[in-house]
Design a protein around this ligand. Sequence first.
Ligand SMILES: *Cc1c(COP(=O)(O)O)cnc(C)c1O
Length: 377
Amino acid sequence: MIPFNKPFLTGKETDYIKDAVESGKISGNGKYTQRCQEYFEQRYGFRKCLLTTSCTDALEMAAILLDIKEGDEVIMPAYTFVSTANAFVLRGARIVFADSSKEHPNLDASNIEQLITPNTKVIVVVHYAGDACDMKAIMELAEKHHLFVVEDAAQSIDNFFITHHDRKPLGGIGHLAAFSFHETKNIISGEGGMLVVNDERFVLRAEIIWEKGTNRSQFFRGEVDKYGWVDIGSSFLPSEVIAAFLFAQLENLDEIQQKRKLLWNTYNELFSKENKMELLLPKTPVYSTNNAHMFYVVCKNVTQRSNIIAHLKSHHMLSVFHYISLHTSPFYKDKHDGRNLPHTDRFTDCLLRLPMYYDLQVDDIHRIVSTVNTTHG
Ligand SMILES: *Cc1c(COP(=O)(O)O)cnc(C)c1O
């Protein structure tokens, strides 16, 4: 059986977990948490990183930090994971869903301005399949209308937005960003995530919200002489056991990325040679690098997609579709303003993800692609 996803070890995970236990501290914000955070701050120049127990938690922290209140409007794509929206709904926001662009599940930046009202407070972008959204257009729009930008960077570790003269790491462009280390992402710790604070104004308060509304972090740095309850917050820190696992993976990030890119390119080359089902292949936008998070194809219709899933399954290979547009979800459909989002609907019906994980072999991909190509219908 070729599964859709499989967790993997890179070598030192269990050594570091053992070390954390033996060093006598496995609660949060210890040695391994700090090493992981410094890794990201140094490698990508992120202003401040805080490990969390999930990307969902990091998004919830973002909504708290931005003081989202009843009646605030938040613009985001409808083609995303439920946590992107839930984090803001929990604080009373109304979600204004934007359509995907025709060629890519990412939201269409040229469609955002018409959705802005005096109540709009935040634009949340989701870098789908790791591919960058049009961050230049989005940051300019945000500045013009005095909005905040949050990057849902769950899938976009080690990926970049390309401009004329340089490249910026995704997660380092918006005011805040959220990463995921869930077992389905490129770098994993089972469950896990990280909040990135790029705007200096949020750094101190982010730490307080992270530490249950206390100024404990400042106390341990010797900046205040006692610590107490100073704000709202929650328990967003992961244990050192998770951070130790994560740090072992981060040490092998380049190797992991190299392998995933090999797998991605193999899919792309094989389908470019033979594509009997006339599937659309993923198009990385010109302003994005490719971090090989996912290999997806876009089928002609939902029937063709079901046929391919069934055919692969009968050959012991698992493929899966992805998001059901949030504007049509049981929870939100009555709250949605009724606009049609045709491109989002098309990706809901037609997008199909093929197996992609570190231990997958090039040979497996040959078998998967030839099996897709022999589907009937
Ligand atoms: C995986 C994912 C999340 C949720 O991540 P968790 O770490 O599981 O909370 C949120 N948004 C997107 C776009 C994702 O892909």
